[in-house]
Design a protein around this ligand. Structure first.
Ligand code: AMP
Length: 249
């Protein structure tokens, strides 16, 4: 079995996001970038499946500018076998990413595509679903447990009511939740070894995919500042304020 894992380079989740003064976006210059967190879970799960002898090859793919290759290198350092970097300049929207991934799937013919449930920069939660639609493959989104069966996967999903378990036939798209597993750290020797693993470079334009933007971003602004809290002397005062001022009880 072959698993394709999609990894996106985003602003590191620990970074305090700053909005550009002209409101055209967020500051990315000299800001720490990392792999989108649920994509690390997707890579980890693929590696675990390979370690269990149920997959032969893991291919990590990213779509983005030159520096996006770092995310592929990181995936190679924790167990992916080879990488693909589809080069585009500037922002790329989920629909264009899914069309690019569709071409990569046509070329690589994986049995499974693992992705993150959502990218923390655009919070779109769209790419996996659109890729499934383009390929006409079954999809299991928000996976918090994956069991590989003979020709299918049993996937547990976190939904509002609790946990839902579904079975999807392979080939399938799975989008991974943060609770799926604990991604491992890359050891120094594995980081060194990963430098020798191949990364194929492809220009998005050579795939015949129109990566032009369809969404016009009108304005980006900071969320309103939270008002400072107050201290109350005792429970009676708290109850009285909740009743009479906040009017929530
Ligand atoms: P989104 O639909 O933007 O929330 O992204 C969902 C998932 O799609 C991410 O967690 C990634 O696995 C994948 N993805 C989105 N954009 C890219 C990209 N530029 N390169 C590789 N994978 C991506």
């Amino acid at each position: 079995m072959k698993i394709l894992v999609a990894v996106k380079r985003v602003i590191d989740y620990n970074v305090q996001i700053r909005v550009k003064e002209d409101g055209t976006g967020v500051v990315t210059d000299n800001v720490k970038m990392s792999t989108n967190p649920p994509d690390d879970n997707a890579v980890e799960e693929a590696v675990k499946i390979k370690e269990a002898g149920k997959a032969k090859e893991i291919v990590a793919v990213t779509v983005g500018e030159d520096k996006a290759q770092e995310t592929v290198r990181k995936a190679l350092a924790v167990g992916a076998d080879r990488g693909i970097h589809v080069k585009v300049e500037g922002t790329i929207e989920p629909l264009a990413v899914s069309k690019v991934l569709q071409k990569i799937v046509d070329k690589e013919k994986p049995d499974l595509v693992f992705m993150g449930k959502q990218a923390i920069d655009d919070d779109c939660n769209q790419t996996g679903q659109m890729l499934a639609a383009l390929l006409n493959w079954p999809q299991a989104t928000f996976a918090s447990k994956i069991e590989v069966k003979d020709k299918s996967l049993e996937v547990t999903r976190e939904v509002d009511e609790g946990l839902e378990t579904i079975e999807v036939n392979i080939p399938a798209i799975v989008t991974c939740d943060l609770r799926l597993n604990e991604p491992r750290y890359a050891s120094l020797p594995n980081i060194m070894k990963a430098k020798k693993k191949p990364i194929e470079q492809i220009n998005a334009s050579d795939l015949g995919v129109d990566t032009g933007q369809r969404i016009q971003q009108i304005k980006v602004e900071e969320p309103p500042k939270r008002k400072a809290g107050i201290k109350v002397a005792n429970v009676e005062e708290l109850v009285q304020k909740l009743k009479n001022e906040a009017k929530v009880i």
